[in-house]
Design a protein around this ligand. Sequence first.
Ligand code: 13P
Length: 293
Amino acid sequence: MPIVSAEKFVKAARENGYAVGGFNTNNLEWTQAILRAAEAKKAPVLIQTSMGAAKYMGGYRVARNLIANLVEAMNITVPVAIHLDHGHYEDALEAIEVGYTSIMFDGSHLPIEENLEKAREVVALAHSKGISVEAEVGTIGGEEDGIIGKGELAPIEDAKEMVATGVDFLAAGIGNIHGPYPENWEGLDLDHLKKLTEALPGVPIVLHGGSGIPDEQIKEAIKLGVAKVNVNTEGQIAFSDATRKFAAEYNANAAEYDKKKLFDPRKFLAPGIKAVQDAIEERIDVFGSENKA
Ligand code: 13P
């Protein structure tokens, strides 16, 4: 199946009480792991690059083409959207230009009027090309590629105004933060989520910082209207844990592993990449999007 925009399958998730994963990629192998997981689970997915990850991969055009070409080469049959995660205005325009099929315009660092104005412009351009749009009000706490916020509850009035710009799904803070959750984290504010979704009937809400939230809280949030959950750190930790384990094993059996040429990156990275795939499949189960392609 060719790459698609995300609004239809995110809306279907919202209407039917499950969530799709927005999984961040970092490189070729990572993208393959996400695609294998999505195909194995028959789940629609968004493969997303942060601005930093796209730069790391060689720029938006390289990232977009890498993902699109893998979808084709791997005969992927599930819907896949290529999504920009937390894009500033100029980056959103560039990603649209090179063929991303879904864009998150993140103007949460701007005054709300400017955030709304720029969102309107991004929506007009993206929708004219059949590209879906996510935007954010308030800030999501934690650190994401240098975007640091204190963590807050999205103001309901701002959320309503942002939805009126025509965005397809909305990222709104409900106590969630990017990266690992601190020991003293108080959990998601599900009452605030309820207030948001009552004010915005039918609007799919995006839960950022999906790594490390207890599954029960994620499931409750999905029942209340979350239809896309972003996951980055969890895949990175799975990769790093498995790679460290393999490296330790390698050190303990160096002569034998050298003889088997396990220093070849295709072999050396394989356990880590398999761990990414497993972690994503497990998230898809929790989000309820298995067999929803
Ligand atoms: P985590 O890294 O906490 O999973 O957050 C990912 C995210 O929200 C990307 O926008």
